[in-house]
Design a protein. Structure first.
Length: 134
């Protein structure tokens, strides 16, 4: 399935809605192109909405890490929202939850860029406990 990427903004935060698979080849190339366009403005505040992303392979994950690192070094931040169970397990098992802030809700992800706004952070411990119960 081809990766579709829709660009939008909310309160000055760039949101990329990804739909499809973030895998090696054309999909990662499209992802890199989309993020490179966004990162031309410094510092970048970016949220990846992964609600409709059904699979991320190691190349896709590597691209996400590369851009998160680049954006952070430039004084910005990249955050994730709406991960499905499989992708969330991938983030937790690879310990990339130490790099990415993960949110269940887009509003909380946007609010996390504004000091003083109330946010509910994703509870990794609760997620892991639920995995053990399954």
């Amino acid at each position: 399935m081809r990766l579709e990427i829709h660009h939008r903004e909310r309160e000055g935060i760039v949101l990329l809605d990804l739909k499809g698979r973030l895998t090696a080849g054309e999909e990662v190339g499209a992802f890199r192109t989309a993020v490179e366009k966004v990162t031309l403005v410094q510092p970048t505040r970016l949220i990846l909405n992964l609600q409709l992303t059904d699979f991320i392979d190691s190349t896709g994950l590597g691209g996400m890490v590369m851009f998160a690192t680049r954006i952070t070094k430039a004084g910005g931040a990249m955050k994730l929202t709406h991960l499905n169970r499989r992708n969330l397990e991938l983030i937790v098992l690879t310990k990339l939850d130490t790099i990415f802030q993960v949110f269940d809700d887009e509003t909380d992800a946007v609010n996390s860029f504004f000091p003083g706004r109330e946010i509910r952070k994703f509870d990794i411990l609760s997620f892991v406990r639920n995995l053990q119960d399954d």
